[in-house]
Design a binder for this molecule. Structure first.
Ligand SMILES: [Zn+2]
Length: 326
């Protein structure tokens, strides 16, 4: 569907196998997170907002694209636990050295994770081919804490890193920026993408100061932006204007990938920041303006955190609204 003069082409993607990945009971990362975004997709459809919606498609990341980001040993381990029955999978999950004890691998998780990563690769293909200018991938499990050989947080495969490495594989001179605005540091993305040439890939990660996922020194192609606890959006806007946007413009990417975490919202159970749904609109608008200046507006945004379902709905709605604007 071609957007009108006041819209750009935006496509929303969801991954059919997401419900196969079950969180631990009472954990914040759960199947309902995607269900609540389904409702938002309906609202866009009813309002005839100029979006394409690709639903329930069975995109699976190829083994080769997954192995650009993760070790074979780790991927095989995920696959094998995911094929066990519930009791064995739960025990293997808790005692496996490659998977943090609270990082859930349920029966069916592997296909959900491969489907999530494949959906991002499909979105990258569509945006690079010019079939759509912007993309939002409503996928889970999230990915940005998953490292080369380790499942961590709520993350199994690193969807954004797999998408970024896939984009880089399409053309030798491709330049990709990844911006992670989740409340938590994208440590897995940083680790995996640290092997990329700084001329090809630049990673920005903003997070609440003191985040447990921040370890060691930042690699050469990573810019860390700690946000003091208790900050509202005016402070975050300033940090982005000073530390992120100028460097992004200077880098001149061909594509911007976003790790879109909505857990900076004040009602999120995991946060001490105050970024409202309207603020997420403003933050996205800043990224859209930069994308317009540098890469023909091309953005692929990928869902990461956000655990209060009402806030998640509101924030994603505002995020997608801004992505749909020129
Ligand atoms: Zn988070």
């Amino acid at each position: 569907m071609q957007g009108g003069c006041d819209m750009v082409n935006i496509t929303l993607y969801d991954s059919q196998y997401s419900p196969n990945h079950k969180g631990f009971p009472l954990f914040a990362e759960r199947v309902e997170r995607i269900d609540c975004l389904d409702w938002m997709f309906e609202v866009f459809t009813i309002r005839r907002v100029s979006v394409n919606i690709i639903r329930g498609d069975e995109y699976f990341a190829t083994y080769g694209s997954i192995l650009r980001a993760h070790s074979k040993k780790y991927v095989e381990c995920l696959h094998s636990i995911s094929n066990m029955g519930l009791v064995r999978a739960t025990l293997a999950n808790i005692f496996n050295p490659h998977i943090q004890w609270y990082t859930r691998v349920s029966p069916g998780s592997y296909f959900a994770a491969v489907n999530a990563a494949g959906t991002v690769c499909r979105a990258v293909n569509d945006v690079i081919a010019g079939d759509t200018t912007r993309a939002f991938c409503s996928v889970r499990p999230p990915g940005h804490h998953a490292g080369y050989e380790r499942g961590e947080g709520f993350c199994l495969l690193n969807n954004v890193a797999i998408g970024a490495l896939h984009a880089l594989s399409l053309r030798e001179d491709m330049k990709v920026v990844v911006v992670d605005f989740d409340r938590h540091h994208g440590n897995g993305t940083e680790e995996i993408l640290s092997k990329c040439e700084p001329g090809n890939l630049l990673f920005f990660s903003s997070y609440q100061e003191g985040c447990k996922y921040v370890r060691g020194e930042a690699p050469h192609n990573s810019v860390r932006v700690p946000i003091p606890a208790g900050s509202d959006f005016s402070a975050i806007r300033k940090l982005y204007e000073e530390n992120v946007l100028p460097r992004m413009l200077e880098f001149k990417p061909d594509l911007i990938l976003v790790s879109a975490g909505f857990d900076m919202h004040p009602s999120d159970p995991l946060t001490n920041l105050c970024v409202t749904a309207k603020d997420y609109y403003e933050l996205t608008r800043m990224l859209v303006d930069s994308a317009n200046k540098t890469c023909g507006g091309r953005i692929v945004s990928v869902l990461e955190g956000g655990y209060n379902l009402t806030a998640l709905q509101d924030c994603v709605y505002e995020h997608v609204t801004a992505l749909g604007e020129p």
